[in-house]
Design a protein around this ligand. Structure first.
Ligand code: ADP
Length: 261
């Protein structure tokens, strides 16, 4: 046993997590932890289970077996004495508030102007006062470079602008943990750089824990503390970005990186 056990709980801890969709075993007993403030990138071929990991953390899916812990609290189950019992909706809502997610397809509310897209959840989910939420939303719009768009509807914005609003919207909830699921995959190439630069900026100026699924290997190398390579629902390699991209050990990682770099 290590004697220098961390005193704070991991931001995220997967304990023997299995996920099946019918007969298809998508995650095969995953064990990993992400420490507070760490930036971890998940890479691997399509279908290897990366998005499912983020969706499980957002409680958009439920584990088949095992336990996911968020900041020391079991997400799928609750502790009752020594026993773990299925978590209540109320418990899940509380834990979920600490996690933000940005999706490939932005998922903005199409019928709401940009400003309201950002204030809606803080006001209705966190109970933040409306004026305070507006002040914060304007700060975030400034951060993402869209101060002049607060009265626009999402359909009036480019994909890159919509994604920057989606990032502002997730930050408005002041999450401890931010999940980024291929956030540039739906963008035209010339819009990708702006979004990646914004994310790098957020990584440099905040201590938000980040789990990132991306095909942008240069970005992964720049922004990550750790990279995990997945294949068929298992982690085949877990290392610092320089080691992962410079000297990948596993044959599966080598062939994957040869194909995408
Ligand atoms: P990745 O993000 O690595 O591309 P995913 O986590 O999206 O992989 O998917 C892993 C596997 O799980 C794929 O084979 C996918 O088709 C399957 N899958 C994901 N979601 C569902 C679902 N809701 N129902 C059935 N199969 C699913």
């Amino acid at each position: 046993m290590s004697t220098d056990t961390p005193t704070t709980a991991p931001a995220v801890h997967f304990e023997n997590v299995v996920k099946r969709f019918g007969d298809l075993e998508v995650l095969r007993g995953l064990d990993f932890s992400v420490q507070p403030g760490e930036r971890v990138t998940l890479i691997g071929p399509s279908g290897s289970g990366k998005t499912t990991i983020l969706r499980l953390l957002m409680t958009l899916e439920k584990v088949t077996d095992g336990v996911i812990w968020v900041e020391g609290e079991p997400l799928s189950h609750m502790r009752k004495g020594e026993r773990l019992v299925t978590a209540t909706e109320a418990h899940l809502r509380e834990v979920r508030k600490r996690i933000g997610m940005v999706f490939q397809q932005f998922n903005l509310f199409p019928n709401m102007k940009v400003l309201r897209n950002i204030t809606e959840a803080p006001v209705h989910t966190l109970g933040v006062g409306k004026d305070e939420a507006v002040v914060r939303a304007r700060e975030l719009l400034d951060l993402v470079g869209l101060s002049d768009k607060e009265d626009a509807y999402p359909s009036q914005l480019s994909g890159g602008q919509q994604q920057r609003v989606a990032i502002a919207r997730s930050l408005a909830m002041r999450p401890d943990i931010l999940l980024l699921d291929e956030v540039t995959s739906a963008l035209d190439p010339e819009l990708v750089v702006d979004v990646l630069d914004l994310l790098k900026d957020i990584a440099e100026t905040t201590d938000i824990t980040m789990l990132i699924v991306t095909h942008e290997m240069g970005f992964a190398r720049d922004v990550s503390d750790r990279v995990m390579m997945f294949d068929s629902g298992v982690i085949v390699e877990d290392s610092a970005p320089d080691a992962m991209f410079g000297e990948p050990k596993h044959e599966r990682t080598q062939s994957f990186l040869r194909a995408v770099l």
